[in-house]
Design a protein around this ligand. Structure first.
Ligand code: BG6
Length: 472
C-alpha cells in the first residue's frame, strides 16, 4: 500500500479533549449538586449501558495526576476539558464557590502546566445546574443567563492568570435540540419556540461573557483568548438541483449559521428573522441585545466535526397540523454506498475537514479556529485487545490520519486552522449512552478498577506529535 507523509506546522496544537461531567466522577465523600445531564440520566434509564451510568465516570477527580502523566507521555500540547458549573458553585444566585471543587480545579490546572500541557477550559459542556433547569427552565431564562455571567466571573477570577484558552459553551445547540425540538430527552416537550429561545440566550451569553472577559483584560494581562465551541454539521445536498440545494441551505441556516454568524460576524442572518416570524417562533430579544452581539464577537472558535450531514428536498409536504420544525424545509438523505463506522453507526467522510476549513476561509473572514473535537467511537472495544491486553485500534489511527490529512491540506491552502483536539483523551461517559462508545487514546477498564492503559493509537499519536510528520 502506498503511503504519503505530510508535515505538521511547528505551532499546530495537537491535543485531546474530554469534559468535566464525562470524566470527573464522584469524590465519594461529598454529594455534588446535579447538572442537567444528571437529570437526563435519572429520567432516561435506557441511556445506561450494562448498568453503568455517570456515577464514577473515569474518576478523573481523584486520578487526574495519573492521567496528566499519560498526557505528558503522549506529548499532548493541549488538554481540553470543562469546569462543571453545577459543582463549581454551591449557591448559583449568589455565585458562592465550592472551595473543595475549586481547589481541585486549581490543582488540576497547575498539574497540567507543570507537565507542559496547556489547559483549554470550557465553561459549560451541557452542565447547566439541574436546579436552574427545574426552577427557571434552564437556558430559556434570561435570569439563568445572568447567573452564568456571575459564574464566569468567579472562574476568571480564580484561574484567569493561568489559562490562556477559554470557551463559553461546547455545542450550544445540542441540549435544546434533543429536549425541545426532537423531544427525546427529559422533559420530553416539543416546543420549537423554546428551542429558538435557548439558542438566542446562549448566543447572547457568549457575547456577555466575551464582554466580561474584555473588561477583566485577560488578554492584555495574560495573553488569553476567548471563544465558543460549535458543532457546525457540514451539510451536503443530495444533488446540485435547486430544491436540494435549498434544503441544505435551510438546514445550515437553522443549525449552523444561527451560532456561527453572531459569534464571528456579530449578527444573525437577516433571513432568520423572516423565517422565525413566518413560523411564529421568534425568540424574545431587544435591540440592546443585538448591539451586544455586534460589539462582542469571539477571538476564535473551536469546531467539533465528526460526520457529514446529508439532506434533500422534502418528498412529502409538511403536515401543517404538527408544530413547526426546521424539517419543514428538508429531509435527511441517506447516501447510497456511504462509508460507515461499523462500530458506532456514523458516516465517515474525512473531507468534511477540508470543506469546513474552506468555508471558514471564504465566508468567515478567515477567523482563527481549530478542531475542538473529532474522533471515532467504538462499541465493545475490548474485543480488539491483543494477547498482551492492549487495544489494537488501527481503525482509529486510520480515522484520525485521514481527517488530519484533509485538514492539513486546507492549512497548506491558507485555512487559519491552528490545531486539532482529538475526542477523546480517555474513554468516558457519553451523554447518550454511558460507556458504550469508546473514543479514548487511553482505555478505562471498568471491570478492573477503572485502570488505565494506552491503546495502540496513543503511541501513534505520540509519534505524530514528536515527529510532526503525518504518515497516511
Ligand atoms: C460530542 C460531544 O458531540 O460528541 C461529546 O461534545 C460527546 O460530549 C461526543 O461525548 C461523542 O458522542 P457520543 O454520543 O458518541 O458520546
Amino acid at each position: 500500500m502506498q503511503t504519503k507523509t505530510v508535515k505538521v506546522p511547528k505551532d499546530f496544537m495537537l491535543g485531546a479533549a474530554v469534559s468535566a461531567w464525562q470524566t470527573e466522577g464522584w469524590d465519594g465523600k461529598k454529594p455534588f449538586q446535579d447538572s442537567y445531564l444528571d437529570l437526563w440520566y435519572k429520567n432516561n434509564k435506557h441511556v445506561w449501558h450494562n448498568g453503568y451510568g455517570p456515577a464514577g465516570a473515569t474518576d478523573f477527580y481523584n486520578r487526574y495526576k495519573e492521567d496528566i502523566g499519560y498526557m505528558k507521555e503522549i506529548g499532548l500540547t493541549h488538554f481540553r476539558t470543562s469546569i462543571n458549573w453545577s459543582r463549581f458553585l454551591t449557591d448559583y444566585e449568589e455565585a458562592v464557590v465550592d472551595e473543595e471543587y475549586a481547589a481541585y480545579i486549581d490543582r488540576m490546572i497547575n498539574e497540567l502546566l507543570a507537565n507542559g500541557v496547556e489547559p483549554m477550559i470550557c465553561l459549560e459542556h451541557y452542565e447547566v445546574p439541574a436546579v436552574l433547569f427545574e426552577k427557571y427552565g434552564g437556558w430559556g431564562s434570561k435570569h439563568v443567563l445572568e447567573l452564568f455571567v456571575k459564574y464566569a466571573e468567579k472562574v476568571f477570577e480564580r484561574y484567569g492568570d493561568r489559562v490562556k484558552h477559554w470557551f463559553t459553551f461546547n455545542e450550544p445547540v445540542v441540549v435544546q435540540t434533543r429536549v425541545y425540538l426532537d423531544a427525546i430527552r427529559y422533559p420530553f416537550e416539543q416546543n420549537t419556540k423554546k428551542w429558538m429561545q435557548w439558542n438566542h440566550n446562549k448566543v447572547l451569553a457568549t457575547a456577555r461573557v466575551v464582554q466580561l472577559f474584555r473588561t477583566m483584560q485577560l488578554k492584555e494581562k495574560y495573553g488569553a483568548k476567548i471563544g465558543v465551541i460549535l458543532n457546525p454539521e457540514v451539510t451536503y445536498a443530495r444533488s446540485t438541483a435547486k430544491h436540494d440545494q435549498e434544503a441544505a441551505r435551510m438546514y445550515d441556516l437553522f443549525f449552523n449559521r444561527v451560532f456561527l454568524d453572531p459569534a464571528i460576524k456579530g449578527t444573525y442572518p437577516e433571513e432568520l428573522f423572516t423565517l422565525m416570524n413566518k413560523h411564529d417562533i421568534t425568540f424574545n430579544y431587544t435591540e440592546d441585545e443585538l448591539n451586544m452581539l455586534r460589539e462582542n464577537t469571539v477571538d476564535y472558535v473551536g469546531l467539533n466535526l465528526y460526520f457529514p450531514h446529508r439532506v434533500k428536498a422534502r418528498s412529502t409536504a409538511w403536515n401543517e397540523n404538527t408544530p413547526f420544525h426546521p424539517e419543514f424545509y428538508y429531509e435527511k438523505f441517506d447516501l447510497p454506498g456511504k462509508k460507515m463506522n461499523p462500530y458506532r453507526g456514523w458516516e465517515i467522510y474525512p473531507q468534511i475537514m477540508y470543506d469546513m476549513a474552506m468555508r471558514m476561509k471564504n465566508e468567515y473572514g478567515n477567523i482563527e479556529w481549530f478542531i475542538a473535537e473529532n474522533g471515532m467511537g467504538v462499541e465493545n472495544e475490548q474485543r480488539f485487545k491483543d494477547e498482551h491486553g492492549q487495544i489494537q485500534d488501527d481503525y482509529r489511527i486510520e480515522f484520525i490520519g485521514q481527517h488530519l490529512d484533509w485538514l492539513l491540506k486546507a492549512v497548506q491552502e491558507g485555512a487559519n486552522c491552528k490545531g486539532y483536539m482529538l475526542w477523546a483523551f480517555s474513554d468516558n461517559v457519553s451523554p447518550m449512552n454511558a460507556f458504550k462508545n469508546r473514543y479514548g487514546l487511553v482505555e478505562i477498564n471498568l471491570e478492573d478498577n477503572r485502570n488505565r492503559r494506552l491503546k495502540k493509537s496513543a503511541y501513534w499519536y505520540k509519534d505524530l506529535i514528536e515527529s510532526r510528520t503525518l504518515v497516511v
